[in-house]
Design a protein around this ligand. Structure first.
Ligand code: FAD
Length: 372
């Protein structure tokens, strides 16, 4: 089998852009198709840790990500009144760069798209695949704009509701985990340099994470029986209800939740694929392969680690051998993050079965500091 030269990436999100950058840097010819026409991402923030910074640094954009975000000291677990129960300080994985970072989704998108543009990688917006056929030597793809192409490898980086996954594994679908997450950006109190997680309330947890010099975001993850839909005008009141009973910085900051249009609510749906995440010359990465809940703040890092490892394994070798090596390095790590994230949510919903969330979080953070 010949080595891989020409690659199609379906999905221009976190993992898709990262893998396009990594493969281009290793000399492969990469094209990206992205379904959305405006390529915008919603305004809230994400929490990331040392392995995210390290993976982006391997793509040459660690510095830019750090500058686009806000570095803080680590995670603290707090009681409902805000008193600190335990500090889990971040451990840097790259000399000179911090570990724990909060950044807005648009800021991360800007860092990735700027690099893609700088490298001149072809991105077609408002386009996706209509069908593909893998004949063993290559994949013929027909696109929704009427064009077609032939590729040595197709990467499905099209997120939690992946159409590529559906085409190859129609029985694998995201499952509602029983919880939903509420998010809202508020002013950051001066001097707040930790992301705090308040535990002890039945059904979930809440907290905040610094995003910039001036802003942080509040998150509240709670059991939402029956996976309800909420009327848009009720979202601020609904979020505030979930934050009732909290004291400390969280209780104070929650007063700023006033505009229902700025509340971002998402039911949590997860889909962790068994190995392998590929069939022939079509492979899934990121959420398409292993979407989890945000309890460990690892979704973006896992997608970027997938991208870095796939790019490393893909250089100068045939697709089959590269994909086996990719799975060997990625499956257990992504599975551990996914199942542990879901476990934390289960414990929140069923406290009678609960283990120790602080110990589990600390153990996974340390594990992920190890090289990919
Ligand atoms: C509520 C919530 C909170 C989260 N918080 C965090 C956090 O704090 N920290 C963290 O690290 N992660 C967090 N995550 C997870 C993180 O957002 C994802 O894991 C990460 O974005 C995965 O990257 P991805 O590239 O796989 O998917 P995405 O970033 O979702 O990108 C998929 C891309 O594919 C495009 N697309 C979709 N379908 C098609 C198609 N058929 N054809 C072409 N393009 C398509 C989409 O438009 C999108 O651009 C959170 C997720 C949720 C839902």
């Amino acid at each position: 089998m010949a080595k891989t030269d020409k690659v199609l990436v379906i999905g221009g999100g976190v993992g898709g852009l990262a893998v396009a950058i990594g493969l281009h840097q290793r000399g492969l010819q990469v094209e990206v198709v992205e379904r959305s026409t405006d390529w915008k991402v919603y305004h809230v923030g994400i929490i990331v840790q040392a392995n995210f910074v390290r993976a982006l640094n391997m793509l040459g954009i660690g510095d830019q990500a750090v500058k686009a975000g806000y570095a803080y000291r680590g995670a603290r677990f707090c009681a409902m009144d805000g008193s600190v129960l335990e500090e889990l300080p971040g451990d840097t994985a790259v000399d000179g760069l911090p570990s724990d970072l909060g950044l807005t989704r648009p800021a991360l998108h800007q860092v990735l798209t700027a690099k893609v543009r700088e490298l001149g990688i072809a991105v077609r917006l408002g386009v996706t695949f209509e069908r593909f056929h893998d004949d063993g030597d290559g994949v013929d793809v027909a696109f929704t704009d009427g064009s077609c192409g032939r590729y040595d490898l197709v990467i499905g980086a099209d997120g939690n509701y992946s159409a590529v996954r559906k085409a190859l594994w129609p029985e694998k679908k995201p499952r509602y985990t029983g919880q939903g997450v509420w998010r809202y950006n508020v002013p950051r109190p001066a001097g707040l340099d930790w992301s705090d997680i308040y535990i002890g309330k039945s059904g979930g947890k809440a907290g905040y994470c610094p995003l910039t010099e001036t802003d942080m975001y509040i998150f509240a993850v709670f059991e939402e029986p029956g996976n309800p839909r909420f009327a848009p005008e009720t979202l601020a009141d609904e979020m505030k209800k979930r934050l009732e009973g909290y004291g400390g910085i969280l209780g104070e900051a929650a007063r700023a939740i006033v505009d229902p249009a700025l509340v971002v609510y998402r039911p949590l749906e997860a889909c962790i694929m068994p190995a392998p995440w590929y069939q022939g010359r079509v492979v899934l990465i990121g959420d398409a392969a292993h979407s989890a809940t945000p309890h460990l703040g690892q979704g973006a890092a896992m997608a970027i680690e997938d991208a870095v490892v796939l790019a490393e394994e893909m250089s100068d070798r045939p697709a089959g051998a590269a994909l086996d090596a990719f799975m060997e390095r990625r499956f257990e790590r992504a599975r551990l993050v996914g199942t542990s994230s879901i476990q934390l949510g289960e414990w929140e919903m069923r406290p009678e079965t609960a283990g120790d969330p602080i110990e589990l979080t600390d153990r996974i953070r340390k594990k992920l500091a190890e090289p990919v």
